[in-house]
Design a protein around this ligand. Structure first.
Ligand SMILES: C[C@](O)(CO)[C@H](O)COP(=O)(O)OP(=O)(O)OC[C@H]1O[C@@H](n2ccc(N)nc2=O)[C@H](O)[C@@H]1O
Ligand SMILES: Nc1ncnc2c1ncn2[C@@H]1O[C@H](COP(=O)(O)OP(=O)(O)OP(=O)(O)O)[C@@H](O)[C@H]1O
Length: 277
């Protein structure tokens, strides 16, 4: 028996800087992890099985297409009873499936003593290597280039998903430009959430414009967050989840309460983005 936490992945920035001949995009992204996420438990068994539980289980595939089972197969594991306790919305830009895959690799490595695949799960999804690292990283290439980042201050944050799934390939396809400038190199260091948020405001998520065009509720989520005067509000990944950064946990919790009250059908969580979850 082994367990692993699958934290939500947040792209504080997401610059699309180019495109490979195979169509995959080159990225330059500052990635952090939240204190909330899914949970994976694995136990020895004769066959490979998956049970999905938890408040966000509805609609998550339970067949071989689930990234948890794909991760197990990538490790050559044919016998394991795996439980996925789903707390994160799916197809939401916060790496739910990728983080589940990474946590499965970690848990199965612990249980079986097998090595994780040499590509760190890249063939399962571009976000899997960073989710396997599960700590703040500068992510480049298509997702395989991981570099440690200067110490970031712990960040009080709110996550809002307005309940529309967004297709990652469709958002990439709708990009107006694929050769946008990267972040500065090296990244500066930040002594407070306010300094970091001020710097982030000059950076971008290049997928935000095409996601806003494809999914109008993203604009509503951003407007609802901005109405609470956060340090910054932005979309994560390919959407539709948006995040806000705050000076304190009390301010993040007040923001989450206000957005939840105005939009009871949205998924809204106050959390912390930390160097290690
Ligand atoms: C948008 C991000 O979440 C940012 O962290 C990731 O780049 C996407 O990661 P992911 O969902 O794990 O991506 P994958 O499952 O590998 O790819 C889904 C689709 O997104 C597009 N894709 C993904 C990653 C990348 N660097 N370039 C792309 O163009 C491709 O159309 C691909 O078919
Ligand atoms: N364990 C899983 N949890 C959620 N979705 C999964 C899982 N395994 C496979 N999927 C499928 O993957 C699709 C994308 O879901 P996922 O939650 O990984 O997207 P995402 O948060 O947008 O990812 P990213 O931020 O990496 O682009 C879903 O539509 C779902 O059908």
């Amino acid at each position: 028996m082994a367990e692993a936490f699958a934290p939500a992945k947040i792209n504080l920035t997401l610059h699309v800087t180019g495109q490979r001949p195979d169509g995959y995009h080159l990225l330059d992204s500052l990635v952090v992890f939240a204190g909330i996420g899914d949970r994976i438990a694995v136990a020895p068994a004769d066959d490979l099985t998956l049970t999905v539980t938890g408040p966000m289980a509805a609609g998550v595939p339970t067949d071989g297409s689930n990234l948890v089972l794909r991760a197990a197969r990538a490790m050559g594991v044919t016998g394991a009873a795996i439980t996925l306790e789903k707390h994160l919305p799916a197809a939401a830009g916060i790496g739910g499936g990728s983080s589940d895959a990474a946590a499965t690799l970690r848990a199965l490595a612990g249980m079986t003593g097998r090595e994780v695949p040499p590509d760190r799960g890249l063939s399962l999804g571009a976000d899997v290597p960073v989710c396997l690292a599960a700590r703040s990283c500068r992510m480049r290439g298509v997702g395989e280039g991981l570099e440690p980042v200067p110490d970031l201050p712990p960040l009080a944050a709110v996550l809002v998903n307005p309940g529309c799934a967004v297709s990652t390939p469709a958002v990439f396809r709708a990009l107006a430009a694929r050769d946008n400038p990267p972040m500065p190199d090296p990244l500066p260091s930040f002594d407070s959430p306010r300094t970091l948020a001020g710097w982030l405001a000059d950076q971008r998520n290049d997928l935000e414009a095409p996601a806003l065009a494809a999914a109008p509720p993203v604009a509503e989520a951003l407007a609802a967050l901005r109405a609470q005067s956060p340090l910054l509000a932005r979309m994560s990944g390919s959407g539709a989840t948006c995040f806000s950064l705050h000076e304190s946990s009390a301010s993040a919790e007040a923001c989450a309460r206000a957005v939840s009250a105005a939009h009871p059908d949205w998924w809204v969580r106050a959390t912390t983005f930390a160097r290690t979850p």
